[in-house]
Write a protein that binds this ligand. Structure first.
Ligand code: CUA
Length: 359
């Protein structure tokens, strides 16, 4: 091979590699990494991209060189020389990809096993997914629950995830991990947050009409702030409402709660607003029936208002308001509530509906 050809090939390879590197580096392709696991995953991504750029540079250089240098002449109808393989070249193009792919496999295996490795003081958080919300509870802190995932920075956290209905999937882009939540299984996800902040947490498995609304937040807090948040939640969960283990996330007052305020908090905790409209709760969902119209719905269903509301919660498919889909309201929703929660929710809905009816 002539010296000039080698210089030309090298120049083309550098040019192609430079262009590919610019495409990889200049647009911001990846979200900020906010966990140790995300940092490792991003390392694998960059490792693979570097290999791809290397291969691309070689292939592009040879192709461009061949097109320019061996272009057929206008009046040349000859076949090229007969070539029957080249053992050295074939070994080379087998061995190099083999080594590269093996390297990717080894690096990925190391990252996967490190990402799953829990530390000594791993914090357990239970996650319940259902159409169309997530609930996070903290078994080490009297099982207080939260609609938002709160994490202490720098601590190893393991999510234990269950679904009450269909397959969901949890994803925080800044943590770079996705894990399905499958009915009948408890799936796990290990996270070690490294950056303070509020990040979107969303469902990434099409799980029904409200899928696009099934989103909340992951908030990474300083460990001290996280501990005091947990304590506050434990306090407000215990004495304020002895009949429920759920926390009131909006108020920490210890004054007795009126039935309709209790009903409103059940409404909010269960994320009813993602599907229903109800002016008393500032809710504007449009997937399920408009709860401001319960009085007229009950008339259409020929049922007294209160038992209509109660039946619709306990057995949602028993009567479907025309124009709204069946099987969307969680069938087991009534069983998830305590009797007191159910009563206060019914009272709240009946009162609000009567008020909207008289407006
Ligand atoms: Cu849950 Cu999509």
């Amino acid at each position: 091979m002539r010296k000039g050809s080698i210089v030309a090939l090298l120049g083309l390879a550098l040019l192609a590699g430079g262009v590919a590197t610019a495409v990889a580096l200049v647009p911001v392709w990846l979200p900020l990494d906010a966990s140790r696991e995300a940092g490792r995953i991003h390392f694998v991504i960059w490792f693979v991209i570097a290999i791809c750029i290397f291969i691309f540079a070689i292939v592009a250089a040879v192709m461009i060189y061949a097109v320019l240098r061996f272009r057929v002449q206008e009046d040349d109808f000859e076949d090229g020389p007969p070539v029957h393989g080249h053992t050295g070249l074939e070994i080379t193009w087998t061995v190099i990809p083999f080594v590269l792919v093996t390297a990717i496999a080894i690096v990925s295996a190391i990252v996967l096993s490190r990402n799953d490795a829990q530390a000594q003081d791993t914090l357990r958080i239970d996650v319940v997914a259902q159409q169309f919300e997530f609930t996070f509870s903290y078994p080490d802190a009297k099982n207080i629950t939260s609609p938002v995932l709160r994490l202490p920075k720098g601590r190893s956290v393991e999510l234990y995830m269950r679904s009450l209905d269909v397959i969901h999937s949890v994803f925080v882009p800044q943590f770079s991990q996705k894990e399905d939540i499958v009915p009948g299984l408890v799936t796990q996800l290990h996270i070690t947050p490294t950056r303070l902040g509020t990040f979107p947490l969303e469902c990434t498995e099409l799980c029904g009409l409200g899928h696009s609304l099934m989103r909340t937040q992951a908030i990474v807090m300083e460990p001290s702030a996280f501990d005091s948040w947990l304590k506050d939640q434990e306090k407000s969960a215990a004495p304020a409402s002895p009949t429920t283990t759920q926390s009131t996330t909006t108020s920490s007052s210890t004054t007795p709660i009126s039935p309709s305020a209790a009903g409103l908090s059940v409404f909010n905790q269960n994320n009813c607003a993602s599907c229903h409209t109800l002016s008393a709760a500032n809710a504007t969902g449009t997937i399920g029936p408009d709860l401001d119209k319960l009085v007229s719905y009950a008339k259409q269903a020929h049922q007294p208002l209160e038992s209509f509301v109660r039946n619709s919660i306990v057995d949602p498919n028993a009567y479907i308001q025309p124009g709204y889909p069946k099987d969307v309201m969680p069938q087991n929703f009534g069983q998830l509530l305590t009797k007191e929660q159910l009563d206060s929710l019914v009272t709240f809905l009946v009162q609000s509906a009567q008020q909207s009816g008289t407006k």
